[in-house]
Design a protein around this ligand. Structure first.
Ligand code: ADP
Ligand code: MG
Length: 683
């Protein structure tokens, strides 16, 4: 790095924070956007909201007091006027802007009290000699502290000059690139210094061939890294779970229902994997309420029937306890004890659970992330199940898998998620996993009726609650997402519970929030499940997994603040039985355009895939996938939504490279992803 002119050790270190360690890395710091400083826009044609370079002669410079002290400079070019406004300025600056001075300025044009203006534009005085304009569009980079924009720009240009084609070889074999896309060097030169002829709008759309060339390679690098990860995992040995005892079949026989076709198909895929001597790494994807838990339990039964252990990890204590209760009932007739490990349990209960797990006396364990902490020792963990995986990071899942690593053997992994993303996207984001889809709900469900109601009509909502309780049904009231503080949320929930208790005489109101001691939470949930509580006031702790089929009404406060995925998850707590259910989304006016659109989507659809598709349009895939969930959330150039049409070709090309050009893979991965542990262990 320090071979570049003007780069010393200190700057090199700051650059390293941007992931730039070698000169070539500089070229992979890609512009976020561009500015056009190649032409001067006449003042008379300026449009508010644009960024533009202008020139003009100072008509007047004065210090004004409008709320606060500020410097106002009016310039004119014969076609119009513009005000430059500075809140921070020095006396010499003021003197330099005297009437008659010629200026060139660059900034964002906006409407001000005196007509169009720029606040704190970049500017310089023009002397008699003509000052050249920029010849190319100006890239704006993501910066890091201590590396100013201008410096970074100069360094990138320097690197472009220093590195020829040879230093940036095309790693893609001939014929793999989609037609019409340029070579790597050409593409990089283009995006760092686009010629002035190109329209800003084309670059801003990200669809220029040079950008698509880079996006393609970036997506390919990620795809290959994930595929290699999967391949590496599959080459490790795992314990084949033969279930000679037939525990799984007995488990299924005793269920009070039969599996849906989709559940049976997913389970058959899981069973085939579990019977093999290579580790399963399978994602079961299925909408809220489709019945993923029972598929997981059947797999756990197979592990137990094979004399090995299975562990199910849930993202919240509430959910872990609920799963434990369900598993306890399901496994009792099979003679299997199910252990619970959660952060909040009493020390004695925990000690005895730990001892039984280490001795192999219990074969089925349910818990929170407490499962993979220090001091927990499994006798023979052969199956790791992660529920609601979008709540966990990749690293946490891998940590639990490490627990089961014995004598070179890896445990099988079953990962469950309700984030229903479209198929090509799933195959891209989860290329390190095999995927099963449960695309069917158990029979007899009626879609949840959803209404959007202004906060002002709260009394009508309270009347609905009374009616539901009279009919013997139960109700969730979900409290607002005030902010990230658990304490404030807890407070809001307590207040709401008190208000509802007062407003609903004769109705039993309960409360559950994240700050309650585990035992109290547990008690409230149990009481709700058993019907002793009719209205459960809760924070979003009940978002995932909670299963009380008799609850048929859900009220969500401040729904306008929640994302689509969260609303869909929350609503999934009702409509779990055969009784018709409804969901009331309370909002506080005024609604932003985005919030209005979101509420409309959720009101019109109960289909998780459809909702995810709309979510993707509204927010983009980074948010949908969750940043922790996949390294793909931090792509540099590619955009999974915009570049979705490239994905099939990315997959094909990845396959070709894996077979015919494995030597290119490491270089591609290093170029785009670096040595980071983003995807965990590779190769
Ligand atoms: P999710 O996929 O959201 O985790 P659950 O596993 O919690 O869904 O299942 C939702 C509800 O549906 C539970 O009450 C479960 O017992 C029930 N259920 C699951 N499968 C079936 C089925 N095949 N027939 C009837 N009810 C089922
Ligand atoms: Mg679930």
């Amino acid at each position: 790095m320090t071979t570049l002119r003007g780069v010393g050790a200190a700057l090199a270190e700051r650059l390293a924070r941007l992931g730039v360690e070698r000169v070539a890395d500089l070229l992979f710091v890609l512009p976020l956007r561009y500015e056009d400083r190649t032409r001067v826009v006449p003042l008379g044609t300026l449009a508010p909201g644009t960024r533009a370079a202008v020139e003009g002669e100072v008509q007047l410079t004065e210090v004004a007091y409008r709320g606060r002290r500020q410097l106002l400079t009016r310039i004119s070019d014969g076609s119009g006027m513009l005000t430059l406004r500075f809140f921070y300025f020095s006396a010499s600056q003021q003197a330099n802007l005297a009437r008659g001075t010629r200026l060139r300025a660059f900034g964002e044009v906006r409407r001000g009290p005196l007509g169009l203006e720029m606040v704190h534009p970049e500017y310089r005085r023009l002397s008699a000699a003509a000052a050249p304009l920029e010849e190319t569009l100006t890239p704006i980079y993501p910066t890091t502290e201590g590396v100013p924009q201008g410096r970074l720009r100069a360094l990138v240009q320097e690197a472009l000059r220093a590195l020829g084609r040879a230093a940036l070889p095309d790693l893609l074999p001939r014929g793999t690139l989609p037609p019409g896309l340029p070579g790597l060097h050409e593409a990089l030169a283009y995006v760092h210094a686009p010629p002035r002829e190109v329209r800003l709008a084309e670059l801003a759309s990200g669809r220029h061939p040079a950008q698509r060339r880079l996006a393609f390679e970036e997506l390919l690098a990620h795809q290959l890294t994930l595929r290699l990860r999967k391949r590496a995992v599959k080459t490790d040995p795992a314990l084949p779970l033969a279930d000679v005892g037939g525990a799984e079949a007995r488990f299924l026989e005793r269920l009070p229902f039969t599996l849906t076709r989709a559940q049976a198909r997913a389970l058959a895929e899981v069973d085939a994997d579990l019977g093999a001597a290579a580790p399963m790494v399978r994602l079961v994807q299925g909408d809220v309420g489709c019945g993923k838990t029972v598929v997981a339990a059947a797999a756990a039964a197979r592990a137990a029937g094979s004399g090995a252990q299975a562990a199910l990890m849930a993202p919240t204590e509430l959910l872990a306890e609920q799963h434990w209760r369900a598993f306890h009932e399901w496994f009792k007739p099979l003679g299997e004890t199910v252990a619970l490990l959660s952060g909040g349990q009493p020390a004695r209960a925990r000690r005895s659970a730990l001892a039984a797990i280490a001795a192999g006396e219990v074969r089925v364990v349910v818990g929170t992330h407490a499962l993979f902490q220090e001091g927990i020792d499994f006798a023979q963990l052969a199956l790791v199940i992660v529920d609601e995986q979008h709540r966990f990071g990749v690293q946490q899942r891998l940590k639990l898998a490490e627990k089961g690593q014995r004598a070179g053997r890896l445990p099988h992994q079953l990962i469950m998620t309700a984030t229903p993303i479209p198929r090509t996207l799933a195959m891209t984001a989860y290329a390190d996993l095999d995927i099963s889809v449960i695309d069917e709900l158990p029979p007899g469900r009626t879609p949840v009726q959803t209404v959007v109601v202004s906060e002002e009509r709260r009394p009508e909502v309270v009347a609905r609650i009374v009616a539901a309780c009279r009919a013997g049904r139960q109700v969730y009231w979900v409290c607002p997402l005030i902010d990230e503080s658990d304490e404030l949320r807890a407070q809001a929930a307590e207040e709401t519970a008190a208000q509802l208790t007062a407003a609903l005489p004769g109705v039993r109101v309960g409360l559950v929030h994240g700050r309650m001691p585990p035992a109290a939470k547990d008690q409230a949930m149990l009481a709700f499940k058993a019907g002793r509580i009719q209205v459960l006031v809760a924070t979003t702790v009940i978002e995932v997994g909670v299963d009380v089929p008799n609850a048929t009404l859900m009220v969500i406060e401040n729904a306008e603040r929640m994302g689509l995925a969260q609303l869909h998850q929350l609503r999934g707590r009702v409509g779990r039985g055969t009784e018709a259910s409804s969901c009331v989304l309370l909002y506080r006016a005024p609604l932003s355009e985005l919030a209005r659109e979101r509420l409309k989507v959720i009101r019109e659809s109960c289909d998780g895939f459809e909702i995810a598709r709309r979510d993707l349009e509204l927010r983009g895939p980074g948010e949908l996938l969750g940043t922790r969930q996949t390294g793909l959330a931090q792509l540099k150039v590619a955009d999974l939504m915009r570049d979705a049409d490239l994905l099939p070709r990315v997959q094909e090309t990845a396959e070709q490279l894996l077979v015919a050009h494995p030597e290119a893979i490491a270089a591609l991965a290093e170029r785009w992803i670096g040595a980071g542990e983003r995807y965990g262990r590779v190769g």
